[in-house]
Design a protein around this ligand. Structure first.
Ligand code: PGA
Length: 250
């Protein structure tokens, strides 16, 4: 059985006052629950504040991006070892906002993914199609390309990784894939991995992301290949985030 995970991607939101209150409320509200792993991915400047606040709790810490480089003259960049040093265990790579706005290619995403793995961080690899690609029925082709450019012909790097299926048309739009639509793609992703390694395919957590909220979470999480969610907007309010976490009680 795979553990379920609910991960909060705060994106570029919050300050120290907001983060302190939000984390305190989440820690208190999550006490006594163990139906999922709960991961918080705040922006870089709030990582150490959140790391201190969750010390001694079951909450996990992740970053939203990392540099593909180890160290050196890369002004403004942050390396995997710096994230580890700040207490991160996870890092999101290839989020569609970075692919679209920061022009991250599949090759760059692959380099970041491997930089994370090589430093003992667990990457959360985001894949997903745009509305245009969906309408042109290119969804599985796009996702296969995104996956294979990272995985190559050897799935070993996926041993300690997580996948997040995030249809771009569902992110921040209020539109969500139906549980059946999402399950279909999650199953496709697991199958693609199983063509290389059945063991890793059975074990890897595949999260769904895109306008998940307290009302639609339970339907999504009840699907056999959906192992939790990557949550944007609703992770910024303790009540909403906790209601999604509690929806993992299958
Ligand atoms: P959303 O964002 O929940 O606000 O749609 C999800 C994400 O971008 O990870």
């Amino acid at each position: 059985m795979r553990n379920l995970m609910v991960a909060g991607n705060w994106k570029m939101n919050g300050d120290s006052v907001m983060a302190s209150t939000l984390i305190d409320d989440i820690v208190v509200g999550f006490k006594g629950y163990d139906s999922c792993e709960l991961l918080i991915c705040p922006p870089f400047p709030l990582l150490s504040l959140v790391a201190n606040k969750i010390k001694g709790t079951s909450l996990l810490l992740g970053a939203q991006n990392l540099s593909e480089h180890k160290s050196g003259a890369y002004t403004g960049e942050i390396s995997a070892s710096m994230l580890e040093d700040m207490g991160c265990q996870y890092v999101i790579v290839g989020h569609s906002e970075r692919r679209a706005i920061m022009r991250e290619t599949n090759e760059m995403v692959a380099e970041k993914f491997h930089a994370a793995v090589n430093n003992g961080l667990i990457p959360i690899l985001c894949v997903g199609e745009t509305l245009e690609q969906k309408n042109q029925e290119q969804t599985t082709q796009i996702i296969e390309e995104q996956l294979k450019s990272v995985m190559g012909t050897n799935a070993d790097s996926m041993t300690n990784a997580i996948i997040a299926y995030e249809p771009v048309w569902a992110i921040g739009t209020g539109l969500t894939a139906t549980p059946e639509e999402a399950q279909h793609i999650h199953h496709f992703i697991r199958n693609t991995i199983s063509s290389i390694s059945q063991e890793i395919a059975d074990k890897i957590q595949i999260l769904y992301g895109g306008s998940v909220n307290g009302d639609n979470a339970k339907g999504l999480f009840s699907m056999p290949d959906i192992d939790g969610g990557l949550i944007g907007g609703a992770s910024l309010t303790a009540r909403d985030f906790l209601s999604i976490a509690k929806a993992t009680n299958k």
